[in-house]
Design a protein around this ligand. Structure first.
Ligand code: ADP
Length: 348
């Protein structure tokens, strides 16, 4: 049996088994609002484009809600047409812009958002964002506003789907940066410590670490012993003839600056820290992100047309599918211990 590290994404409000208001499955959708929320991710524009063009094709009206939930309750809403999404496919970021809204986390904020959606006669919302945004969507759904979510976050940490829009581009961006750092670390016989995004999820760190042959990978899901997992490991690498080293840490597993300082202090190996930060969020989306975003956007409109509501578009076992919003938020996602073990074996 493969040991797994499990991160549960179930919040307190799911435990009480809430249900959607009676009749919210009987809505006939004619006017759709679309918004992007939370951290931006490459491919969000491609998803918006797919939603807009697909909805227009079926005679539905689409409204862009600017600046996420903040823009919803402020009424920052404009009709979109086929040309509104021209030349967006290949661009990073989100032209609808995104924001974080503390107001929206309160029942009053959600009610205000629904009231504004009614002003614009919006029958349903397509919400593109990460785990937090999907929780916001749940609050809308539980107060009677039908929603469909598309998972968009570079962290790949939405439990009900194997893939989130932006993850592939972010991984490639980080990989290219680390390859460059490897060149200079090699020339100076140094240790390069790179901090990648992931406060609670280690998907980027682990998989970029594997892609770059990192000697050490630290992720938040697995607590580490610094002496054993970093210092001893680097010394083992040195004893095997390695002259330069890559340490990848997810931001939630430790600070690159602190780790580099401690490595130099304890081993005498010259160490430098690099924090990739928001660099990982930007850039033209990869082919995979454009393709996944396009397919997921079309799926979101299909869901609304078929009369199903309150769903999360998901990618499971190689297929784009969808799951119930409340069920999806109860799911858990695992990082394979085998992947961690394998990354250690092949980096030596
Ligand atoms: P992401 O969607 O990338 O995970 P955030 O966690 O920042 O980004 O969430 C984006 C927005 O979604 C927040 O600013 C807030 O308006 C809303 N949100 C986040 N968490 C919750 C929650 N638990 N309940 C309701 N709304 C939430």
């Amino acid at each position: 049996m493969n040991p797994q590290i499990t991160s549960t994404q179930t919040g307190a409000s799911e435990a009480a088994s809430p249900t959607y208001p009676v009749g919210s499955d009987k809505v006939q959708v004619r006017n759709i609002g679309v918004l992007t929320s939370g951290g931006d991710a490459p491919g969000m524009n491609a998803a918006i484009r797919a939603v807009v063009r697909s909805a227009l094709n079926y005679g539905l009206n689409v409204y862009g809600i600017y600046r996420g939930y903040h823009g919803l309750w402020r009424g920052d809403i404009q009709p979109l047409n086929g040309r509104s999404v021209s030349e967006r496919l290949q661009r990073g970021g989100t032209f609808l812009m995104t924001a974080r809204s503390e107001t929206f986390k309160t029942p009053e904020g959600v009610a205000k958002g629904i009231a504004m959606a009614k002003v614009f006669n919006l029958d349903a919302l397509v919400i593109i964002g990460g785990d937090g945004s999907i929780r916001g969507a749940r609050d809308l759904a539980l107060m009677g506003m039908p929603v469909v979510c598309i998972p968009g976050t570079i962290d790949n940490d939405v439990a009900c789907t194997d893939y989130t829009i932006g993850y592939d581009t972010a991984m490639n961006t980080a990989m290219e940066a680390i390859d460059k750092l490897r060149d200079t670390a090699s020339s100076h016989e140094r240790c390069s410590v790179i901090e990648v995004m992931g406060r609670e999820a280690g998907y980027i760190a682990l998989n970029v670490g594997i892609s770059c042959g990192a000697e050490v990978v630290l992720i938040p899901e697995q607590p580490h012993d610094f002496n054993r997992d970093v210092i001893k490991r680097l010394l083992e690498c040195r004893n095997r003839g390695k002259t330069h080293y890559i340490v990848v840490t997810a931001e939630g597993a430790g600070s690159a600056v602190d780790i580099a300082y401690r490595i130099e202090e304890k081993t005498g190996i010259s160490a430098r820290a690099t924090i990739l930060g928001h660099l990982q969020r930007g850039g033209s989306p990869s082919a995979r992100d454009r393709q996944m975003a396009s397919i997921m956007g079309v799926r979101a409109v299909e869901i609304l047309r078929s009369g199903q509501l309150n769903r999360i578009v998901a990618y499971k076992n190689g297929d784009v599918t969808d799951v119930d919003l409340l069920e999806g938020l109860k799911m858990t996602k695992t990082i394979s211990m085998d992947a961690i073990r394998d990354s250690l074996i092949i980096a030596l």
